[in-house]
Write a protein that binds this ligand. Sequence first.
Ligand code: PLP
Length: 378
Amino acid sequence: MSERILLSSPHMGGTEQKYIKEAFETNWIAPLGENVNKFEEAIQSFTGANAACALSSGTAGLHLALDLLGIKAGDIVFCSSLTFIATANPILYLGAIPVFIDSEPDSWNMSPQALKEAFDAYDKKGQLPKAVMIVNLYGQSAKMDELMEICNSYNVPVVEDAAESLGSRYHGKMSGTFGKFGIFSFNGNKIITTSGGGMIISEDEVAIEQALKKATQARENVLHYEHKEIGYNYRLSNISAGIGRGQMEVLEERINQKRKIFDRYVEGLSSIEGINFMKELDNSLHNRWLSTITADAEQLKISARNIIDRLADYNIEARPVWKPMHLQPLFADADYFKHEQDVSKELYETGICLPSDTKMTEEQQQYVIQKIKLIVNH
Ligand SMILES: *Cc1c(COP(=O)(O)O)cnc(C)c1O
């Protein structure tokens, strides 16, 4: 096997170029056009959200969500610690102060117990957060019913980072539709891609109209260029949206493929003591964007990091689980609330994201499984 086996790469469905061609033929290259509207409609009808606004990235969506919630310099924002930096950076863009919340072991996502402790502590100080950012990691929804109950009891809005969990369901409801705002990413490695892009959704149509305004430089509705508030240049292009339209047609197929990839890993590796798989919560659907495991170094006699390095020797791309925000030098001063033991730190130290590319052949995946067995001496 000489070809590199990838973690997750763009996988076109076939109709993307048709929509791009239409954009060229009508000269709707930029800024807007039918593809943008149709892509938004597709996300709306797929998720059941009332309104959606297509953006240049998921990060832009997170930034807009916090801005629309009125987050200002000095405000407190609670945020999942175990995530990609893109979740937390927008807190800093606005000069706000992040407080990080640990994961719990079932979902790898925000611990309701740690969140409750953080609320108690900040309530006592008279410094309740202005928002809570909850991440749905690798496609698994967080325990949204418990988390929403806590946030609602303090009347604090939730921003749901569903960048990795498009198409996942929790208690019958689509991931991304639980908070005041939900955000998706269409970056190149996500379950579907527009080469780069994002979407913000909400039940609140007026809020999404405001998002659209802010994403287009917050121009007032008059002929001359009039501005009353801060704006950004965050809109998705009509060309990129054309890719998104095509990708929406194969989203369910991609989810099924991702889930099948996960099942094959379970079949091939679950007999190995010391390897454990990320769970799927009851009454939920995990899109299995990335197949993730933990590797117990004592039982396996080799660390997760060494397994990843050894796989690289075979031209197989595996990655550690995200390094938690509370361990990042950028956030050295930030406050942090642990679950009991430090779950996100443990997941970082033992976690491995395995190749989950939907273009990977079954034969290639068997090769990955065989090499893992060889590396852990099984
Ligand atoms: C990819 C990702 C983002 C950011 O999305 P971009 O479109 O790359 O800006 C945010 N949060 C999480 C958890 C992600 O995985």
